[in-house]
Design a protein around this ligand. Structure first.
Ligand SMILES: [Zn+2]
Length: 408
């Protein structure tokens, strides 16, 4: 046979043979649609090259497909944590409860290793998409994301903020003789030129979302400051996340129409309405209420209750940063459900905040977040239906990302 014909035959074989073998079929007892708030019984999901190619009640499983039997489980889209810090762990006893000390004591090389481990355990807990919202040293999390994308390690789809842009000092208090204490965690930007440079430098080094701290000093970003940063980020296709702890800070962020307000702990009802009007999502990090035994606990829960009533777009975000012996970051992050339950948010709304609202905020919803044809197969299995029993998300028994089963 002529050499080119041999090659052509081999090529045809290579193209034809594995096609049917590469199909994965999931028999699902139930499949949840968070947006519709509905669930369909006895479904089959076909997956090829990482994406869903068919889903429904009368889908035929092709011969040679790898069949995964989840017929006694409920399948939901993979979860989202929109506010995490993978490359950081506050060590009790060592860090006096403050991540300020953590950033001074742990070099980036160690923090990247923490990022690798935390990324894996987040995925194992069911979080298939995660937004790392900064405090990653000198872009440690960007490198974790790169390693995930290259397949060197397993982890969620990662959106990373790089260095947090903030008025002078960031979230730390400097000393005049040691002005570098908050770097590289924070990128100080007070003038328009500095803001522009901070946004561009972040994007250049791999940030895929821009994070600002509006109000951790007595001087805070104005509405115009935030609008300017938002425009510069937006011009390069990046969204703006705004840390706003105080009432004036949250007001400015809501007025400027950022993509998301982080924390919004002190938001008034009027500013919740303003956020709603301007399409601003609230990533309320109510997880913080879990470890808070003071009066703040009630305030966190109350703000969540008010935000839900106001109809603000709610997105699940934990802000989990503590090192807890015997508990993985993923196991910790899922306990953020509890304050939502305490606030009386109905299970379907919590599930939306943890899935479709999250993938939309992260900007990955065109390919992830719902279980329909054409989307990546990012999904979890639980023993019960989260639309009626949200606590079942603490018992995730199976995770798939990009059509690949995650080892647990
Ligand atoms: Zn945070």
């Amino acid at each position: 046979m002529h050499r080119s014909r041999i090659l052509a035959s081999l090529l045809l074989l290579a193209l034809a043979a594995p096609a049917s073998a590469q199909v994965t079929a999931i028999r699902a007892g139930r499949v949840v649609d968070p947006d519709g708030g509905t669930a369909a019984e006895n479904q089959v999901i076909l997956i090829e090259q990482g994406k869903i190619t068919a889903i429904g009640g009368n889908v035929t499983i092709p011969a040679g497909a790898t069949v995964i039997d989840l017929s006694t489980s409920t399948i939901s889209p993979g979860l989202v944590d929109a506010h995490t810090h993978l490359c950081m762990a506050v060590v009790p006893g060592r860090d006096a409860g403050s991540y300020y000390y953590t950033t001074l004591r742990d070099p980036d090389a160690f923090r990247a290793i923490e990022g690798v481990v935390n990324a894996r355990t987040m995925l194992q807990a069911g979080f298939t998409s995660v937004r790392d919202i900064g405090n990653e040293g000198n872009y440690a999390c960007v490198q974790v994301r790169r390693a995930i994308q290259l397949g060197l390690i397993v982890g969620p789809t990662l959106i990373t903020a790089g260095r947090i842009i903030a008025p002078y000092g960031g979230q730390f208090h400097l000393q005049p003789d040691k002005p570098g204490l908050a770097e590289p965690e924070y990128y100080f930007a007070d003038t328009r030129d500095e803001m522009l440079k901070a946004v561009r430098e972040n994007i250049h080094y791999g940030a895929t979302v821009i994070k600002i701290v509006v109000d951790d000093q007595r001087y805070i970003y104005s509405v115009e400051d935030i609008e300017y940063i938002k425009a510069q980020a937006g011009a390069a296709g990046l969204k703006l996340a705004a840390h706003a702890w105080t009432e004036p800070g949250a007001h400015n962020a809501a007025a400027a129409g950022v993509a998301s307000i982080e924390h919004g702990f002190d938001m008034t009802d009027a500013d919740l309405q303003l956020a709603k009007k301007n399409g601003v999502a609230l990533v309320g990090t109510e997880f913080l209420a879990n470890d808070d035994t003071t009066a703040y606990h009630r305030q966190w829960v109350d703000r969540l209750r008010r935000a839900y009533k106001a109809g603000v777009l709610l997105v699940y975000g934990t802000d989990a940063i503590d090192f807890k012996p015997g508990i993985t970051r993923g196991q910790d992050a899922i306990t953020g459900i509890d304050p939502w339950v305490e606030a009386g948010v109905p299970a379907p709304a919590i599930l939306r905040a943890m899935t479709t609202n999250g993938t939309r905020l992260l900007g990955v919803d065109d390919v992830r977040g719902t279980l329909r044809v054409g989307q990546y197969a990012d999904l979890i299995a639980t023993p019960d239906n989260p639309l009626t029993n949200i606590q079942t998300l603490k018992q995730v028994s199976f995770v798939m990302k990009n059509g690949k089963v995650v080892e647990r």
